[in-house]
Structure formats: C-alpha cells, structure tokens
Write a protein that binds this ligand. Structure first.
Ligand code: BGC
Length: 504
C-alpha cells in the first residue's frame, strides 16, 4: 500500500489549492476520529450511572452504595472493565484486516465498513438487554475504530495538499478530543435522565456514524489508492478534481513512481524487521506504550469515576470531566501551532517534566489526605482537579498528537503504511491494557497508581532525550541521511544491509 507524501517535508512540492471539495472530504473523514473520541469519552460516564450499573453490574452497584467501605475499590470489577476495554481488543484485531481492505479495496470502502460496524455496534449497545449484547456491541464498535483509524489518517494525508499535511495530521487528533468532549457533555446531561439516560448516551454515537456513512458516499477515493490498484485514469481524474488546478502531471507522475517502488516490496511487514527499519519501528511502537502509560486514558475513560472516587458527587464528577475535555481540545491547538516551530523533542521533553510534576502532586495529596474510606476535603479536591487539568494540557500538545504524527513521518515510503498499521495496533493494545487494568490497579495500589505513572513518565522522558531525534523540517524521504545516519545510537543500523548481515 503506498502513501505518497511530498518529497520535501516542508515545501509545497506541487501546485494545489485547498478546494472546497477537499475541505468537505477532510471534515467528513475526520468524523471517524470524532467517533473514536466519543467512544473513549462515553464509557466513563455511563459506568458511573446508577441505572446502568443496576441493570448490568448489580454487584458493583451494591458495592457503590456502601462505598464508605473502600474508596479505591468500589468500581473494581473485571466485567465492568471489559465493557470499556473490549472495544480496544477488537480494534487491535480489526486493524490488521483493515490494513488489507484498505489496500485491496481502497480507503473509501474501508471508511464505509467502519461506519456500518459503528451503526450496528451503537444499536446493540444502546438497545442492550443483557451483558452479552452489550459487550458484543462494544466489539463491533471496536471493529469500527480499527477500520476507521487505519483509513482516516491515510486518507487525510493522501488527499491533503502537501503543504498542509502536517497540520491535517493533527486535525485527526483534534477531532478525537472533540469527540471526547462531546461525550463528556452528553454524559453530563443524560446522567439526570432516568432510567434510560445511558441508552441515549450510547446511542448518541449514531449521529456521527450516520454522517460518516452518508458522507463517505460523496467523498472521492484517493488518487494514490486508485493508481495503486492500476486504475490510473480514474486516479488522474480524482487528482485533478481535488487539486483544483489543471496541471497535475508532475504530482501524478510522482504518485505513479511511488506506487511502482512500493509495489516492488512484496512483503512490507517483512521489510519492517530488517535492521534499517529498526529505528522508526522501535520508536513507533514504544511511542504507543509511552503514550498510554502517561496514564492519560485512566483520566479519559474513568474521569467521572476517578473524581467520584476522590469524593466528588456524581454531578460534580461529570462536570469535572467536561472541564478536562474542554482543556484537552483547546490545548491541542497549542500542539498544532507549536509542533513545526519548537519541534517535536521540545514538546516531548517539556511535557514529560510538566506531567511528572502534576502526577506527583496528585499522588501526594491523595496519599496524605484521602484515607481509604474518607472523602477529600473541598480545597484538596479542587487542587486535584486543577492538576488533572494541567496534566491533560501537557499531554494534549505532546504525547497525544505526536504519538500519531511521528510514526506517520519517520518510515520510508515502502514501509510507511505497514509501519503505521503496526503502530495503530500497538496503540490499541496498550489502550486495552490500561482500560482493563486501571480500576484494579487503583484498588490495589491506591494513590500509588499516580507514582506508578510518574515512574513511566521519567522513563519516557529519558527515552525521548536520548533516542527520539528531531524530525522538524526534515524532508520526509530524507530521514535516513539527515536523522538516522548522524544519530549517536541509531547510526549502527544504518550501515549497508550487507554489512549488517555480516555483522549479525
Ligand atoms: C490517544 C487516546 C487518548 C486521546 C486523548 C489520543 O492521542 O491515542 O488514547 O484518549 O489522545 O485526547
């Protein structure tokens, strides 16, 4: 599967306008990111709703009523966590199929499949009458996420004019954060609708899914995907339509050339295992581990539950989640603005220190002031919310978007899409791990969980310092020469392949 990106990471390589048509296509496709975000944000609020717990998790509800026994353990239930995490496990499996569908049938049908999975999943979860139906629905939503997250970022980068590609990559993350925020708002309002509020909350995902389904009928297939599947004339037509200029020959030729090179690589996944692929491959996978072990999703999934655990009422807890959601969206704009100015490394390092301080302060307050059974005093609770917000800010302009951006820009063309597929599935795997384990960890480790994430932040900060090179302004096809070869550590993999094979 070829992904064609400008031969020069910064300069607009080819003549192109940002046409209204491209703008519409981008907005429609980005709804895939919005649904992903909605799914991330909705489960925390729903699992904090009594009507929902009573219906599907009566044991958790009983325990919650007698919550004074133990603050940290009232929500610890493997099935409750499975409700949240099943989606990510399904997405992990689905992304491998999605990668094949995406190259054999195209980006557009992959998005259509995603929206159909989403719609059936929404129907099953919102209409669930038992736990099996509920979990099955979550799995179908997960298939939707797997298909959507593979197709949408590729679609965006292939359809965007070269000079807007970087910014558009973060638009995906922006839509994810908007989805999380909308979910938090929906949770806040539906929490007071008894006894069906949770059904409305889960059913809400149908709106963006319908937009994606009907929208994807009017968007075009990307020229790269058409040419890759030998539909050269259609590809040329599509390119002319999206670029809005007559002379598209140069870009067309470059896509044909890129597809030829990429078609020579019969097994890009195998090529990923060669020494020369190691730097972006290792960094791409570790970034996903680190992104998730910042602890962000402990907050995104479980914010209302977490705030209730530290002593807020249900309403206040959901409201706090709305506030963190808003901060997440706004701070993503800071990322869009800074990423090509200060560079990637600065953002990663700054935010590691920033997030570390927040996690430590939250951990210390909880350890000191929240006994196992008491609640937190008002001033302390306020300080916790403030530091959760400051922490989310740091994540939103660094490890959040860069976790998607760096794997998309550091692989050479022939392994770019395979490498990206592996990164997506790693992301889903570690998201699953956090979703499944967090409430048990909270119960077992109590406030220690914040020190656990702090330790990971130290590790990732050191990794970023020594192993993640700056890629700002580097031509995307020049990473080997300008980034890996001069790097103190990664240069060892950049010998000619014969030398390395001899050495091994
Ligand atoms: C991560 C998600 C996370 C979201 C928060 C994304 O980059 O992949 O797991 O929930 O950011 O905004």
């Amino acid at each position: 599967m070829a992904v064609v990106v400008s031969s020069n990471g910064n300069a607009p390589a080819f003549e192109a306008k940002l046409t209204v048509y491209v703008f519409i296509c981008v907005v429609i496709a980005a709804f895939g990111g919005l649904i992903f975000g909605y799914d991330i944000g909705i489960s925390g609020g729903v699992t904090a709703m009594d009507d929902f717990l009573k219906e599907f998790f009566p044991a958790v509800w009983e325990r919650k009523k007698h919550a004074h026994e133990n603050n940290y353990c009232k929500y610890d239930n493997q099935f409750l966590q499975l409700f949240t995490s099943s989606l990510y496990l399904a997405a992990l499996v689905a992304s491998f199929f999605a990668s094949a569908v995406c190259s054999k049938l195209g980006r557009k049908p992959t998005m259509q499949f995603a929206s159909i999975f989403f719609l059936i999943g929404v129907g099953l979860t919102a209409g669930a009458v038992n736990l099996i139906m509920l979990i099955f629905g979550r799995i179908l939503l997960g298939f939707g996420v797997g298909f959507g997250n593979q197709a949408v970022p590729l679609f965006l980068s292939e359809i965007a004019p070269a000079q807007l590609r970087g910014g558009l990559n973060i638009v995906f993350q922006l839509m994810v954060t908007i989805g999380i925020l909308i979910a938090n708002l929906v949770n806040y309002f539906t929490a007071t609708v008894h006894p069906y509020g949770w059904r409305i909350a889960l059913g809400g995902a149908a709106i963006p899914a319908v937009i994606l389904l009907f929208g994807s009928l009017i968007i075009c297939e990307t020229p790269t995907s058409l040419i890759e599947r030998n539909k050269n004339e259609e590809g040329k037509e599509a390119l002319r339509k999206i670029r809005g200029v007559e002379d598209i020959n140069e870009e067309y030729e470059s896509i044909v050339h890129a597809c030829e090179i990429s078609n020579q690589v019969k097994d890009p996944f195998r090529k990923l295992l060669k020494p020369a692929s190691r730097p972006p491959f290792i960094i791409g996978m570790l970034l996903q581990l680190f992104q998730q072990f910042t602890g962000i999703n402990a907050i995104m999934f479980y914010a209302p539950v977490l705030f209730q655990t530290v002593g807020f009422g249900s309403d206040a807890a959901l409201l706090s989640a709305v506030i963190t959601g808003t901060i997440n969206v706004l701070s993503t704009f800071v990322g869009i603005y800074l990423v090509d100015k200060t560079g990637r490394r600065f953002l990663l390092l700054q935010s590691s220190v920033h997030m570390l301080i927040c996690q430590l302060i939250i951990g210390i307050i909880l350890a000191k002031d929240l006994g196992t059974t008491g609640t937190l005093g008002k001033p302390q609770a306020l300080v916790v919310v403030i530091f959760v917000c400051v922490y989310v800010m740091g994540f939103a302009w660094s490890w959040g978007p860069l976790g998607w951006l760096i794997p998309s820009e550091t692989f050479p063309l022939e392994t770019r899409s395979a490498g990206f597929a592996v990164a997506v599935s790693c992301n889903m795997f570690f998201t699953f791990v956090i979703a499944q384990a967090f409430l048990s960890m909270l119960c077992g480790m109590r406030s220690g969980i914040f020190f656990f994430f702090s330790a990971w932040i130290v590790v990732m900060g050191l990794f970023a310092m020594f192993f993640i090179p700056e890629t700002k302004g580097v031509a995307i096809d020049d990473m080997r020469e300008s980034v890996w070869k001069p790097h103190w550590f990664w240069k060892r993999y950049m010998l000619d392949e014969d030398d390395v094979e001899k050495r091994n």
